[in-house]
Design a binder for this molecule. Structure first.
Ligand code: ATP
Length: 359
């Protein structure tokens, strides 16, 4: 059993509270990813689970036991850092076996475990090299191998891919997903790359300013964000936000006027809301329809179009609002300076002035 449970966990540095009451259940064998903007507390929370930071208040359980005061080495966890922290004067084999030698594990047992980790990570041909003779991705695999030989209940990763170039990052991301399948252990992973979060996580935890804004399965957060912050954070490209005002209310519907889009009007089902209220309409890039498809047609000046082959992203602006629209196969639009698209009320999100989702 390697579940992790946090209850009203808090952390203060001096008088400044940076983790402000976190409740979270990480299930046995779950791959959980913490995301959020810089400084929101992801690393601090991970370090508290590891025992590298004290817990100011609240309760941390690992495998059903309170761990608040337990020494890091006795928590059944292994942490992989962004910087890898390999010993330069030791070979890959020695680096990977170091923790076991330190724990006075018999030599043949160390060899067995190092070989097994090397097999899993395809490091066999590199075991006698030194870190400086390895690529960034290979070093990262050694750092993971060092964690694997300790056979932890829970792996903690702090932005492990951020030092790698884009291509290697994609490669290692797939490796990590494969590794999780093979090792069948609990993984807690910090990143500020929401694509990494979407592709790796069983559960994403979106943090902001020391609290959890929402936790859930990646596609649930994508389809059903709790608020404007999560809606804007999860998804690439980002959700479009359009300023709107409620101008009419009748029979379970409201009609919105889009100030920056020629006062285009859109009617959608909503029981709440008051006439005159300022709201924000949220539309994902892939949810715009062809002009005349019903809903509200808006006209956009094209700034840039990115052609990716099967699809393209049109970056456009209107009335000071920057928007991105996904278009299937839009080569014929090359050279055009504006497009008209339609907003489908069925697929639109709505947020109140506090950023809470109201539809
Ligand atoms: P990033 O994505 O930039 O790494 P993060 O979400 O991991 O950010 P943390 O590193 O956990 O954020 O930091 C959370 C807050 O706590 C920040 O405001 C940071 O300045 C503060 N903080 C972190 N460590 C300390 C410390 N040892 N002393 C004082 N303040 C700290």
């Amino acid at each position: 059993m390697s579940s992790v449970k946090l209850r009203d966990v808090r952390k203060s540095f001096g008088h400044v509270e940076v983790i402000k009451g976190v409740d979270l259940d990480i299930e046995d064998k779950e791959f959980v990813v913490f995301v959020g903007p810089s400084g929101c507390g992801k690393t601090t929370l991970l370090r508290m689970i590891a025992g590298l930071e004290t817990i100011t208040a609240g309760n941390l359980d690992i495998g059903g036991e309170r761990m608040n005061e337990v020494d890091p080495s006795k928590r059944g966890i292994a942490m992989v850092f962004q910087s890898y922290a390999l010993y330069p004067h030791m070979t890959v084999r020695e680096n990977m076996g170091f923790a076991l030698r330190f724990a006075r594990v018999p030599k043949d047992e160390i060899a067995r475990q190092v070989n097994e980790a090397a097999r899993i990570l395809a490091l066999d041909p590199l075991l006698d090299r030194y870190p400086k003779q390895l690529s960034g991705g290979q070093r990262q695999r050694v750092a993971i191998g060092r964690a694997i030989v300790r056979d932890p209940e829970v792996f903690l990763f702090d932005e492990p891919l951020s030092n790698l170039d884009a291509e290697l990052r994609v490669h290692m991301r797939i490796e990590l997903a494969r590794l999780h399948k093979e090792l069948k252990t609990t993984i807690v992973y910090v990143t500020h790359d929401q694509v990494e979060a979407m592709t790796l996580a069983d559960k994403i935890v979106v943090m902001r300013d020391g609290i959890i804004e929402q936790a859930g399965r990646p596609l649930d957060l994508y389809d059903d964000p709790a608020n404007q912050f999560v809606a804007g954070f999860i998804g690439s490209p980002k959700m479009n936000f359009l300023a709107a005002t409620i101008v009419e209310k009748a029979a379970g519907n409201v009609t919105l006027e889009l100030a920056n889009h020629g006062r285009a009007r859109l009617t959608l089902p909503l029981t709440g809301g008051t006439v005159g209220e300022a709201v924000t309409l949220g539309v994902r890039a892939e949810h715009f329809g062809e002009a005349g498809a019903g809903g509200a047609d808006i006209s956009l000046d094209i700034d840039v179009a990115e052609h990716l082959g099967s699809t393209s992203y049109v970056y456009a602006s209107a009335g000071g609002e920057a928007l991105v629209v996904e278009r299937e196969e839009s080569r014929h639009e090359n050279g055009r300076s504006h497009i008209v698209v339609s907003i489908d009320p069925e697929r639109a999100y709505l947020f109140d002035s506090q950023g809470q989702r109201i539809r």
